[in-house]
Write a protein that binds this ligand. Structure first.
Ligand code: SAM
Length: 355
């Protein structure tokens, strides 16, 4: 269901609005303090000491100086991550989420390791339509061929982030695809093969082919080998190249968090290529997190704020979609939407379409 988020967002008085503006101006500082307190286990220590700790106690328990603890805690106080009463520091509910909520941790790791340095180049990226921030890791046009060779912490937090959001949708997605009774499925942008191997294990009678860039196919082959699965195969190809054809004969073309990697013209071209490769009974099933189809504003906030990563780090031109914008691309590609299913995992929607 489509929802309207961020309504009435101009109803603060001037003083409150100025305060909110400072929260944005200081956001990188608050972010780094919160992350440092999490990674140095200060938040963990506070979570275990419900009666609170003085700066000195916190310093002793963490092997940090009183100065270090105090500078972090005072910013954390201003950001409502800790509260202070009678010279003792306590973890707040916000602090609790920063310390131990899986989604907050995945977002924070991804923003620190993948995005933080490169986002310095957002302005250049916006102007040039190029992922100018990616140069902090090396010389690539897009992040995709680089994924498997990024520094370990960067790679891990990219996959942790990607998998958290798409994996949570996989169990329900598998049921939906299975109910369509396919004999074979093409998983375009199948990445490391997580979805394909999960699907294949549950459905040994259905064949699934992963199509992706050579670098990812290598990782997928490893996953298939480690899981000793015989009904998953791979197909290497850069879908953007004119000479790359989408293999024919599949009952379902599955794309999960794939089309958001491209600009609108490219999406229409990809969908046209797919339309030409399938027969009338085949279905195209697209899983994407659309920011106007989330259950709540928190989810919508997370989805929207992934887009600048695409601009500065991934490719310079793609983004997370609003469903109503994406639907126009399907129509432009001559596809008919049969069904749109929300509430798949944490934040996904599945669109079933035919030609
Ligand atoms: C965000 S990941 C999605 C992975 C997976 N489907 C999921 O739901 O977690 C996008 C995938 O698309 C692949 N990809 C990006 N550009 C591509 C291209 N031009 N041709 C083929 N695959 C591409 C990437 O290598 C990556 O595996």
């Amino acid at each position: 269901m489509r929802k309207e988020f961020f309504k009435n967002n101009d109803n603060l008085n001037a003083l409150d609005a100025q305060y909110e503006a400072q929260k944005i101006a200081f956001a990188p500082i608050i972010f780094q303090v919160a992350r440092t307190m999490r990674d140095l286990k200060l938040l963990e220590l506070l979570s275990k000491n419900k009666d609170g700790l003085t700066y000195l106690e916190l310093a002793n328990k963490s092997n940090l100086t009183k100065y270090a603890v105090q500078v972090l805690c005072e910013t954390a106080l201003s950001a409502n991550i800790v509260s202070i009463k009678d010279e003792k520091v306590f973890l707040t509910k916000i602090g609790f989420f920063i310390n131990s909520d899986r989604m907050t941790n995945a977002n924070m790791n991804y923003n620190h390791h993948v995005n933080y340095l490169g986002l310095f180049n957002l302005e250049e990226s916006i102007k040039n339509g190029k992922a100018e921030g990616l140069k902090v890791f090396g010389n690539w046009e897009t992040i995709y061929p680089a994924l498997s060779t990024l520094p370990e912490e960067v790679k891990n937090s990219w996959f942790e982030f990607d998998h958290l959001y798409s994996d949570s949708g996989f169990p329900k997605a598998i049921k939906i695809l299975k109910n369509l009774k396919p004999k074979n499925i093409l998983d375009i942008g199948g990445n490391t093969g997580k979805f394909a191997t999960l699907f294949a294990k549950e459905n040994p009678e259905i064949n699934i082919t992963i199509m992706d860039l050579p670098q990812q196919v290598k990782l997928a082959k490893q996953t298939i080998y480690e899981n000793n699965i015989t009904n998953v195969s791979t197909y290497e190809g850069n879908i953007l190249l004119d000479e790359t054809l989408v293999p024919k004969g599949f009952d379902i073309i599955w794309m999960s968090q794939f089309l958001d990697c491209f600009k609108e013209e490219q999406i229409v071209n990809i969908l046209n290529k797919i339309r030409d490769s399938i027969d009338d009974n085949a279905e195209i099933c697209i899983m994407e997190p659309f920011w106007d189809r989330q259950n709540n504003e928190t989810a919508s906030f997370c989805v929207i704020n992934t887009s600048p990563y695409f601009t500065a780090m991934a490719n310079g031109y793609s983004k997370m979609f609003k469903y109503t914008d994406f639907e126009k691309l399907l129509i432009e590609s001559g596809l008919n939407v049969i069904e749109t299913i929300d509430d798949i995992g944490l934040c996904q929607t599945i669109i079933r379409c035919k030609k």
